[in-house]
Design a protein around this ligand. Structure first.
Ligand SMILES: Cc1ncc(COP(=O)(O)O)c(C=O)c1O
Length: 408
């Protein structure tokens, strides 16, 4: 029988399998710090969390960081700190993970959809402005795939109406806007460290606040509203709790993994960007496959490399046969029954969702994988006709180029 270790290694290497769209980055070197913490007798929120927050603060160039147990918690805490409550409205995007918008419902507020730019997947600041009402308490934006939203414009709308801007930056750890890392441009930026993100703590997240006051209130709310730092008369019994909170804090075990991840993330991000650059070059003149349209004043971390593809279903089937995993990743949220009261026309979302698809772009791709993905994509484009004609079946063998040489 195969040992667990061998089968896990095989799974992670992708050997004999499709080229994966996502991969967990967990270096062997996490084992030693993990072992130390696990056997230390202290595994709750403690010194590892504090150190992880300190290092994240240096990363973001903003010390108002709270390490939390997931990205959804970060979003809910940000909404709470923005004082979103029953009957309020939050303007948001439908083009995201449902985790962006479910916390709005959890607080008793209504989601108001703004449309998106169909060439970036990001919320359109002009439509956000049109959707403001006296009930609007906050704007939620999502950096699709890691490509930063129009933050200057969104912050201007928020400032004009005295409301908060919350960035769901769960795709965007390492992305920059006007030369600065995402995490210090708006009132709140929320990050996820779940399994397949740029850094993972298995599950985890962070909320980065603009103001110290929000950070301090958030520090209490992430742990039942209790100040863990205050002296207690009794070892266990807390003093008065002023406002209710949550159990959203990170623990020392997951923070120890996060600290190790930070040593590698610069390199893995570099690889994502280099892969995306090769795709941009290879796909720039294609007709049926078109990369999204990105501005040069910001840079994506390319958690996703999303393209717009004619006859997307055919493309997805073709890539599957070629042994390359592709996906739309997120379904538009406005079609979910839970959001039925928010339904409006969103032509930008219609356009984007009808063609968008992401191909593997991460640190795990070998040169051979890249050539194979580029070749398959170029070949699809070459054979595409408005009425799609069958194209030659691609080879499943890893590394074997199914058709002509890639244009790279
Ligand atoms: C855009 C977006 N927002 C929020 C989340 C939620 O993060 P978490 O899974 O850490 O709760 C995710 C997670 O994948 C996401 O992609």
């Amino acid at each position: 029988m195969q040992s667990v270790d061998e089968s896990v290694k095989k799974l992670l290497s992708g050997e004999g399998k499709n080229i994966p769209l996502f991969k967990v980055f967990l270096p062997e070197s996490v084992m030693e710090p993990l072992r130390k913490v696990l056997l230390s007798g202290y595994i709750g929120e403690g010194p590892q969390v504090e150190e992880f927050e300190r290092q994240l603060g240096s990363w973001f160039d903003n010390n108002n960081v709270l390490a939390l147990n997931n990205g959804t918690a970060a979003l809910q805490l940000a909404l709470r700190l923005a004082n979103v409550g029953y009957g309020d409205e939050v303007i948001s995007t439908a083009m995201t993970c449902s985790a962006t918008n479910e916390p709005i419902l959890a607080l008793g507020a209504k989601v108001v959809w703004a449309d998106i730019d169909p060439w970036t997947g990001n919320i359109d600041p002009k439509d956000v402005d049109r959707k403001i009402t006296p009930k609007t308490k906050a704007i939620m934006c999502v950096h699709w795939g890691g490509y930063p939203c129009d933050l200057d414009e969104l912050n201007a709308v928020a400032a004009e109406h005295g409301i908060k801007l919350i960035e769901d930056a769960c795709h965007a750890f390492g992305s920059t806007y006007h030369g600065k890392l995402i995490g210090s441009h708006s009132d709140f930026a929320c990050f996820s460290f779940q399994a397949i993100k740029e850094i993972t703590t298995v599950d985890g997240g962070a909320l980065v606040c603009k103001s110290r006051a929000d950070r301090e209130r958030g520090r209490l709310l992430r742990w039942y509203g209790i100040d863990r730092k205050s002296k207690r008369k009794d070892l266990r019994c807390e003093a008065d709790i002023v406002e209710y909170g949550y159990k959203f804090h990170m623990n020392d075990v997951t923070a120890a993994i996060g600290l190790e991840q930070l040593k590698y993330v610069g390199k893995t991000i570099e690889k994502h960007r280099a892969n995306a650059k090769r795709y941009n070059e290879a796909f720039k003149n294609l007709k049926a496959v078109r990369p999204l349209s990105y501005k040069s004043d910001r840079s994506s971390v390319y958690w996703l490399y999303t393209m717009r593809v004619k006859d997307r279903q055919k493309f997805m089937e073709y890539m599957k046969r070629a042994g390359i995993t592709v996906s739309q990743v997120h379904a538009r949220n406005d079609n979910h029954t839970m959001f039925k009261d928010s339904k409006v026309n969103l032509p930008g979302v219609d356009e984007f969702t009808s063609e968008q698809v992401s191909i593997p772009a991460g640190w795990w791709l070998t040169d051979e994988d890249l050539v194979k993905i580029i070749d398959a994509t170029v070949e699809y484009d070459r054979c595409y006709q408005p009425k799609f004609q069958e194209i030659r079946s691609p080879s499943r063998r890893r590394g074997k180029i199914p058709t002509r040489q890639a244009n790279v």
